[in-house]
Design a protein around this ligand. Sequence first.
Ligand code: NAD
Ligand code: ZN
Ligand code: ZN
Length: 369
Amino acid sequence: SLCCFQVIRCRAAVAWAAGKPLSVEEVEVAPPKAGEVRVKIVATGICHTDEHLLEGSFPNVDFPVIPGHEGAGIVESVGQGVTSVKPGDKVIPLCIPHCGECSFCLNPESNYCLKSHLSESQNLLPDKTSRFTCKGKTIHHFLWVSSFAEYTVIPEYAVAKIDAAAPLDKVCLLGCGFSTGYGAAINTAKVKPGSTCAVFGVGGVGLSVVMGCKAAGASRIIAIDINKDKFAKAKELGATECISPHDFKKPIQEVLTEMTGHGVDYSFEVIGRADTMTAALASCNMNTGVCVMVGVPAAGSVISVDPMLLLSGRTWKGTLLGGWKMRDCITKLVSSYLEKKFNSDALITHTLPIAKVNEGFELLRAGKR
Ligand code: NAD
Ligand code: ZN
Ligand code: ZN
């Protein structure tokens, strides 16, 4: 019906320029074009990747932009040809799309999609236009999600329908942080029962790694963070030991090697720094150790490593969204959430209205969430 194809006026947190606070504005959200879906966002998390965006760390992202990529909502209207979702369906937007047709999507080992933003140098929808305007200006999308808007438009292949019983204010975390960390342990590292793991950085994503290691049956999970306020939650979720690099004179990789004899079986870097990435690599077993990079480094970062660290047999790999093929997996993850197979609710520290979005970022910067 025609009513579905009107411009919607709603609030959104707009980043006008890098390094500036967000401003909550009234924006216009155009109707979805063919193959697109307009979603009423009900809840969104704040992931450190949004903070990287505000800092201007992504050279491919144009401002002004509406950030947010960890949302959940309800389909408001669909464009021509959309068949997988309909108005009223609960959905989670996927920050890695899943077109199901490209060579990466067809590869069962891959969770990347060639339609994804990493292979494009702008942040508009696939037809190179935006559905957002504010004060007469075009506002860019972020990862085709832009969940800091009350309504957003997303390509059909970047949304997945989820169980109607799912609480959107909780499962939004499955859109990025929880799935990334949990999947990094289960899918990317393939943590084995009885193994020893080290998790560098126990913010929201690192805590999810801890949960994944525990679910995979790791017997020892060592959390490493410079903020000791993070340790209580890490222990509650499965960390067996928590250490701060500030408490040791020696480099942390030496501390971990001494604690474990020959290094950990699996290490995870969940901070986004070059120095902790190499420390995590050196912390795992010289021959059979697996190190997974989860943190997003600053643009232009370069790592130099002693090649012997790898020559001796270690495996160093990265992960995007925990390796899940999103459109199939998010639905299953939501079902597992509803069956209480994991407790991602433990990651929720504060719930704020959109008007207080800057306060949310202050909490993130202060390490309080
Ligand atoms: P966060 O800010 O909540 O947590 C980061 C943690 O690292 C904090 O607890 C902080 O105290 C700790 N830390 C900082 N410097 C440290 C140091 N030198 N040594 C030890 N600990 C240190 O962030 P988050 O939302 O959990 O995200 C973590 C990282 O994961 C970010 O870089 C984010 O961009 C990235 N990320 C990657 C993916 C992916 O697909 N690979 C997905 C989501 C997030
Ligand atoms: Zn994220
Ligand atoms: Zn694809």
